[in-house]
Design a protein around this ligand. Structure first.
Ligand SMILES: NC(=O)c1ccc[n+]([C@@H]2O[C@H](COP(=O)([O-])OP(=O)(O)OC[C@H]3O[C@@H](n4cnc5c(N)ncnc54)[C@H](O)[C@@H]3O)[C@@H](O)[C@H]2O)c1
Ligand SMILES: CCCCC[C@H](O)/C=C/C=C\C/C=C\C/C=C\CCCC(=O)O
Length: 259
């Protein structure tokens, strides 16, 4: 098991919702945590709150837009300047905006790729790094369709595929870095009040029937992916029915057709 005392973690989208929950469980387990988010007002409030509970030098907020190469790199450099290293990196920032779909791709998928490669370049043994773990936050919509949200669904499928392929790459090339993906079901966060789609009624009707998870339950599953050093390429589903690892077929299941 990875011991988190004095380890340094970065969480994107950490000003509220799931990201804030991931940051807090890392702090509870001894890590220092850099909070990255677009929302500066909330981010600074969260930092002040965590400082009171966990001590004044274990949390630092950095404004950051994961959709920008330059701003993301800049925030990462500031984290390294303050804490000297990064051991845990969580790509969590995400939105659901089907109308501005390019923005959704740029945050939910390209943002995850940006963050993963920044962390990987720093952590990999071949670059003199000390290894580490990257957790990419997908969704149950990364494993099956979320009606009314095809772009969101596509980005989350992308996060799952990217994470699994890079995990295999890291394993074969012996980078010393683990990459795992987390797939939660519905959680009551700001995202559920801010989504943009022409098919709002469709999503609302799905949510009316859904059972919701608590941030704390998803954070416990996140912590498992961080700490268990046997896990690389794992995809962990957190649903109202329970938490479970996805197993993927080694041969693609096919139904033959005669042409
Ligand atoms: N809430 C759910 O039901 C649910 C379920 C499964 C997966 N997820 C995923 O979990 C992640 C967190 O979502 P949440 O529900 O906590 O949402 P949220 O809206 O509560 O929090 C998301 C945070 O990301 C930040 N953010 C948005 N764009 C950003 C950008 N370009 N750069 C930096 N920060 C940015 C926001 O400011 C916000 O603080 C997302 O990737 C989401 O897709 C959410
Ligand atoms: C506006 C809603 C945004 C929610 C997005 C978030 O990522 C959640 C997705 C959850 C599920 C989407 C995929 C398929 C739906 C099918 C079943 C959901 C069951 C949820 C559960 O059991 O916890």
């Amino acid at each position: 098991m990875m011991i988190l005392n004095d380890k340094v973690a970065v969480v994107t989208g950490a000003s509220q919702g799931l990201g804030r929950g991931f940051a807090e469980i890392l702090l509870e387990n001894g890590a220092k945590v850099a909070l990255l988010d677009l929302n500066e007002t909330l981010g600074r409030e969260v930092q002040a709150h965590f400082n009171e509970i966990y001590g004044s030098d274990r949390t630092q907020f950095y404004p950051c837009d994961v959709a920008s190469d330059e701003l993301f790199k800049d925030a990462f450099q500031k984290v390294l300047h303050k804490f000297g290293r990064v051991d845990v990196f969580c790509n969590n920032a995400g939105i659901l905006n089907e109308k501005d779909w390019e923005k959704t791709v740029s945050i939910n998928l390209s943002g995850v790729v940006r963050g993963t490669y920044l962390a990987m370049d720093h952590m990999k043994k071949q670059n003199g790094g000390q290894g580490g773990v990257i957790i990419n936050v997908a969704s149950m919509a990364g494993l099956g369709p979320l009606p009314g949200a095809p772009i969101y669904t596509a980005t989350k499928h992308g996060v799952v595929g990217f994470s699994r392929a890079l995990a295999e790459t890291s394993n074969i090339a012996d980078y010393g870095v683990r990459i795992n993906a987390l797939c939660p079901g519905f959680v009551r966060t700001a995202l559920l009040n801010s989504f943009q789609t022409d098919e709002k009624a469709m999503l609302e009707s799905i949510m009316e029937k859904a059972k919701f998870l608590e941030v704390e339950d998803v954070a416990k599953a996140f912590l498992l992916l961080v700490k268990d050093e046997s896990l690389n390429g794992a995809v962990l589903v957190v649903a109202s029915a329970g938490t479970a690892f996805m197993s993927f077929p080694t041969e693609l299941p096919r139904t033959p057709v005669t042409l």
